[in-house]
Design a protein around this ligand. Structure first.
Ligand code: BGC
Length: 758
């Protein structure tokens, strides 16, 4: 019998002999190419001035059409999780309309925690329906950068640390929005993975890591979702600003992927006149500092050919003629925040909530009804729990607005306390204490550290309440001032003295359910140690409080799964462990966008001399890929999330298909709760001669199972997802050889496995 080592050498030699198979990119099906003749005629009749008028912002959130030819302006709207309120045309001041409300959808990480393409589609559709009512042509979202650092100011807006999960949800969101008639604008292309110095940082990354991890969600949303728009990010990639990065905009986006649509700049993210237009940027937003008169002059001086201008106009017209303009008299004529969209927000929120832990409580505080049988705190046992203390300001705090960037002026936001009152209702006594002073309230314009000590008086009141209650629900976590566009968190520690408060509460009453309200990971070491039950409820949209109450009460079983790893310590995070983040950043020159808000539409991108370089030294080992390979223990792993039900996985079968493999297995729910489970499929290539992570997510499916039900589930593994990026050949390649397929309900709990050959 051959040893593993001999076998490995043999297989390696064999696989080197068999050439890797290149996967040639084919053109994809797009709706954008059905007006080419009309576009030829339009462009043929336009003056240079009319053309250039289309290539920059008209108002803060629009770019010009061609009034003489009846071609409407393009109307844009933030953001990824709700249609932003109207601004005055040339400033960031609110227009003070009474009709520019919208549904506040769960933010990106909450959507991703559903692992549901079906609900991501509904979410995109809901966004589009409201965008249409508000007169918008293009939604500035979804925001699909990879969550490289948990502290990232926009981790809450982004989806996941994993490219497949991000990509599949981005495709579904895109299709949902565009099938309903509104274009998406995928942002921020590319590698905007930190907010500190986002306007100046230069990301240095290998081509392979860039394609396999950071560009992959964009590629999927473009080629599989037919996304019609992209937004170029503020930062540089490998030495060039994204808004004028020929490699990203021409070589990759337009040549390798075949993208025929339009690219707009991030707000204030243009730095010159000719390079962006030549590289493939269509619209400078929001003003005309570089791509207005200066561009006309450049064409006249022969620095850029009018053919290039024509091409950029063509790409805009493809989108403009595909999206039906909304009559200005109809736009914003009715308040928005429709029942149907609110219901979608609720359905997403219900599936996003993650039960991290639910342990029985033993000893003298055990629930009486369960003396001989350990009984967890959740779902709430209301025959025994008659008096609930709700503690922590996050139970009453609204999260639709805040931070620097996109917020939603929503008609409705049900807070967790309101949700609990509505769901538990009647005789159940719910009392509330603030517990801590939320960060942001007193900080006015000056940003202080959220890490303030506990407020002794608020703590004393909360402890008193906890003592008198049968059970405590402690709302910890961040808020929209702690996690915000324009700056990163300096730590993942819980803000506002919450750890100290949690310990004091636990002494008063150990029956604690801790609910974390946050968009990204926080350090839960202390709350985990004192809370038998731990729940993550994200920034969960207009209906988030109701969804949470339904889950705590057991009306529905929790089914969210972490879309990113929750690390134990910040030092363990790959970007920190490799010393490549933070880049000793001094953010004193301010954020690029804040500069724009203060200086107006034509402000130049903030820059200054502080231009850090971010070397992505961990390459493709982002998130769980790193922790797996380096054997680093984490607090809660990627894909983790418990239910009130338990699920049995059995009968794994792997069969080849034309496009990859069908992975089939039986999933059974033999418990007392109707529930949904997210089955996850990971692939390892133990004999690969390439550097690869220990395992990678290659497929998943959300499955609903009633009490006692079992289903045969089939997850498709697609060949395109099994490839690696070959830097020399500049294409995707399939490496033949052995492949281990593992299936289960979390990246660290994969009971089924099979080996097959590619
Ligand atoms: C953000 C974008 C946003 C734009 C317009 C920028 O600062 O980075 O995500 O769409 O502002 O509000």
């Amino acid at each position: 019998m051959k040893t593993t080592k001999q076998l490995r050498t043999l297989l390696m030699t064999m696989s080197l002999l068999i050439a890797h198979l290149p996967i040639v990119a084919q053109s994809y099906s797009t709706k954008l190419l059905s007006h080419e003749q009309q576009i030829d005629e339009i462009i043929g009749s336009m003056t240079l001035e009319e053309k250039v008028e289309m290539l920059h912002g008209k108002n803060m959130f629009s770019s010009a059409g061609i009034p003489r030819l009846g071609i409407a302006d393009v109307e844009y709207a933030d953001g990824p999780f709700g249609i932003r309120e109207e601004m005055e045309p040339h400033s960031w001041n609110s227009a003070h309309l009474t009709t520019d409300s919208a549904t506040f959808f769960p933010t990106g990480s909450a959507l991703a925690a559903t692992w549901s393409t079906e609900w991501a589609y509904a979410y995109g559709k809901g966004m589009s329906r409201e965008a249409r009512m508000r007169g918008k042509d293009m939604i500035l979202g979804p925001a699909i950068n990879i969550q490289r650092i948990p502290t990232g100011g926009r981790t809450y807006e982004y989806l996941s640390e994993d490219p497949l999960l991000s990509g599949m949800l981005a495709v579904a969101y895109t299709k949902g929005a565009q099938d309903d008639g509104t274009a998406v604008c995928l942002k921020h292309y590319a590698l905007n993975n930190q907010e500190d110095a986002r306007g100046t940082v230069d990301v240095r990354i290998t081509d392979r890591a860039m394609h396999e991890i950071y560009l992959r969600p964009f590629e999927m949303a473009v080629r599989e979702g037919d996304a019609w728009g992209l937004m170029a990010a503020y930062n540089k990639v490998n030495g060039r600003w994204c808004s004028e990065n020929e490699h990203l905009l021409t070589t990759v986006l337009r040549r390798q992927w075949g993208f025929p649509g339009m690219v707009i700049s991030d707000w204030g993210g243009v730095h010159s006149t000719v390079d962006p237009v030549v590289a493939g940027l269509n619209v400078e937003m929001p003003g005309s500092r570089f791509m207005g008169k200066a561009l006309i002059d450049s064409v006249k001086a022969g620095k850029v050919s009018e053919d290039v201008i024509n091409q950029r106009v063509r790409e805009i017209l493809r989108v403009r003629l595909t999206v039906k303009p909304i009559d200005k008299a109809v736009a914003n004529s009715k308040p928005v925040g429709n029942d149907e969209e609110m219901l979608t927000a609720l359905q997403v929120a219900r599936r996003s909530i993650v039960l991290l832990k639910n342990e029985p409580i033993v000893g003298k505080h055990a629930l009486k009804a369960a003396k001989n049988q350990p009984w967890p705190l959740l779902p709430l046992n209301l025959t025994e729990v008659k008096n609930i203390a709700v503690i922590g300001e996050n139970a009453v705090m609204k999260m639709a607005l805040g931070g620097v960037g996109a917020g939603v002026k929503t008609r409705k936001e049900i807070t967790p306390l309101e949700g609990l009152q509505a769901v538990l209702g009647g005789g159940k006594k719910i009392t509330y204490a603030q517990g801590y002073k939320s960060f942001g309230k007193d900080s006015r314009n000056k940003r202080q550290s959220p890490q303030q000590p506990a407020d002794k008086q608020l703590m004393a009141e909360a402890v008193k309440l906890a003592k008198s209650a049968d059970l405590v629900i402690f709302f910890a976590g961040d808020n929209r001032e702690v996690e915000t566009e324009g700056s990163d968190r300096k730590t993942i520690a819980l803000p506002s003295g919450q750890d100290e408060l949690a310990q004091a509460l636990a002494k008063a009453n150990p029956r604690i359910v801790t609910v974390i309200v946050a968009g990204g990971p926080v350090d839960i070491t202390t709350v985990d140690a004192v809370s038998p039950a731990l729940v993550v409820s994200w920034f969960n949209g207009s209906m988030g409080g109701l969804a949470l109450a339904e889950v705590l009460n057991g009306n529905i079983a929790p089914s969210g799964k972490l879309p990113m790893t929750w690390p134990r310590r910040l030092e363990d995070v790959p970007a920190y462990a490799t010393g490549t983040y933070p880049q000793k950043a001094d953010n004193s020159q301010g954020d690029i966008f804040v500069g724009l808000v203060n200086q107006g539409q034509n402000a130049r991108a903030a820059g200054g001399s502080f231009q850090p370089v971010a070397h992505y030294a961990e390459e493709s080992l982002v998130g769980y890929r790193w922790y797996d390979c380096k054997n680093v223990e984490v607090a809660y792993p990627f894909g983790h999330g418990l239910s009130y039900a338990t699920f049995q996985y059995s009968n794994l079968k792997v069969s080849p298909t034309l496009d990859g493999f069908d992975v089939s297995f039986t999933l059974a729910n033999n418990t007392q709760f109707d529930a949904e489970e997210v089955a996850q499929v990971y692939v390892s290539r133990p004999l690969s001669h390439l550097d690869r992570p220990e395992k990678e997510l290659k497929g998943f499916q959300r499955v609903a199972l009633k009490v006692g039900e079992q289903k045969v589930v089939t997850v498709k593994l697609r060949r395109s997802d099994l490839c690696h990026w070959d830097e020399a050949a500049q294409t995707w390649m399939l490496e033949p050889g052995n492949m281990v397929i593992r299936v289960g309900g979390s990246s660290n709990n994969l009971p089924l496995s099979a080996t097959t050959t590619l």
